[in-house]
Ligand binder design. Structure first.
Ligand SMILES: Cc1ncc(C[n+]2csc(CCOP(=O)(O)OP(=O)(O)O)c2C)c(N)n1
Length: 381
């Protein structure tokens, strides 16, 4: 293992002064350390492709960028990487984690294929790559490679990071990680002390829905796991992976099943990743679709790094995308009456919630394929 600050110091010595990316639990120490180091900046991108393009801008502006993300997001990054970074020959350092490492113990199902093909994809993208250093000797060699490749030869380079490469680094001063207009973490705590938990929202949704009449999509992150923990039903689709696609799945589903109510339970980080999907929803205007975003302000399932949700008025955004109804709720009673009223959609509910999950939150024991087949079979029954 190496120390996060040591990596940042060595990279800074070479000129790398600006970080951007999307969280992965493996990256928590590096993200936290880059946020807290005064002479560095960290820009939280909403998706990996945006992170790559932000890095291009940093380079064009005279900086030297490092992009960090999970290999799940490599697909999101491919277009900006091939058509921007490679086309304009922009030298950036990318760090991609290796979830689903085929040489390690089996990871979650959504990581297995990408874990197997990550380095092959990098080869196909014609970018040089090497392993992220696991100790100080390797760090020296890595910095030489980076100097040679990025500084001297002016080409991008990728470091592929295996689990447990960096020692933990906890954030001590999260308020530094904010936009001037954004709420500070203290504001959030004051404003949100009465907020309900994600688990309580799930229980309410279960109470107000039936296997026969409702179809529920719960996004990747903790939403799927909390819905499953509240109750496992045939009309539940627990997403794993495809972060940001919950509302797209819900849209396709609602068009095919106009007589059922479709409820999409989103997370703030996941929704921000593909915010444009809300425009397609507004354009298609499915009357049977209700879109709920549970906004805890953080990417909780990857280590609680702040999302940029504090600057976005989700309710207004849904309204301006022509959702028929949009509201901001903070009580279960209001959610109860909104679900009861079953208004014509598309409906949008922004529900700020408090962070926190129960100890030992289970992962669905049912496999993704079984979830999909059971869900579809339930509709046909
Ligand atoms: C394309 C992609 N990028 C990154 C990840 C890693 N990841 C999984 S869940 C998650 C956080 C989701 O945040 P949010 O939607 O706010 O839900 P919460 O974790 O708070 O439940 C991230 C970054 C991923 N699975 N896929």
């Amino acid at each position: 293992m190496i120390c996060a600050e040591k990596f940042l110091d060595e990279a800074f010595y070479l000129g790398f002064n600006a970080y951007t990316g999307v969280p992965c639990s493996f990256l928590k120490p590096l993200i936290n350390a880059s946020i807290e180091t005064d002479h560095l900046s960290y820009i939280p991108a909403v998706n990996e492709g945006d992170a790559v393009a932000i890095a291009a801008g940093i380079y064009l502006g005279g900086g030297l960028p490092v992009v960090m993300f999970q290999n799940s997001g490599l697909g999101n990054a491919v277009n900006p990487f091939t058509s921007l970074i490679q086309t304009f020959e922009i030298p950036i350092l990318m760090i991609a984690t290796l979830r689903g490492d085929p040489e390690n113990e089996p990871d979650e199902p959504q990581h297995q294929l990408m874990g197997k093909i990550t380095t092959q994809i990098l080869d196909l993208m014609e970018v040089s790559w090497s392993w992220f250093p696991g100790n100080e000797d390797e760090l020296t060699v890595t910095m030489e490679t980076i100097k040679d490749r990025i500084i001297d030869y002016q080409k991008p380079h990728v470091l592929v990071m295996k689990k447990g490469s960096v020692e933990p680094y906890e954030l001590t001063d999260q308020s530094k990680h904010k936009n001037d207009q954004a709420l500070t973490i203290d504001d959030c705590v004051n404003e949100t002390s009465d907020l309900v938990s994600r688990g309580d929202v799930m229980k309410m949704i279960i109470e107000k829905t039936t296997e026969k009449d409702d179809l529920i999509i719960a996004t990747t992150g903790y939403s799927g796991r909390e819905l499953y923990a509240a109750e496992d039903r045939n009309n539940h689709f627990y997403m794993v992976g495809s972060m940001g696609c919950a509302i797209d799945i819900g849209l396709g589903l609602s068009m095919m099943q106009p007589n059922k109510r479709v409820i999409v339970i989103d997370g703030d980080g996941a929704l921000l990743m593909r915010l444009g999907a809300m425009s397609t929803v507004g354009f298609m205007a499915p009357e049977n679709l209700t879109h709920i975003v549970l906004d805890n302000g953080v990417y909780e399932s990857t280590g609680s790094q702040k999302t940029v949700s504090s600057i976005l008025d989700f309710k207004m955004f849904a309204h301006s995308n022509c959702y028929r109804n949009s509201s901001k709720l903070n009580s279960l009673e209001d959610l109860d009456s909104l679900l009861e009223s079953n208004k014509k959609g598309p409906n949008f509910i922004h529900f700020p919630i408090k962070a926190g999950v129960p100890n030992k939150l289970p992962r669905p024991l049912i496999s993704p394929n079984e979830v999909a087949q059971r869900f579809r079979g339930n509709i046909n029954d």
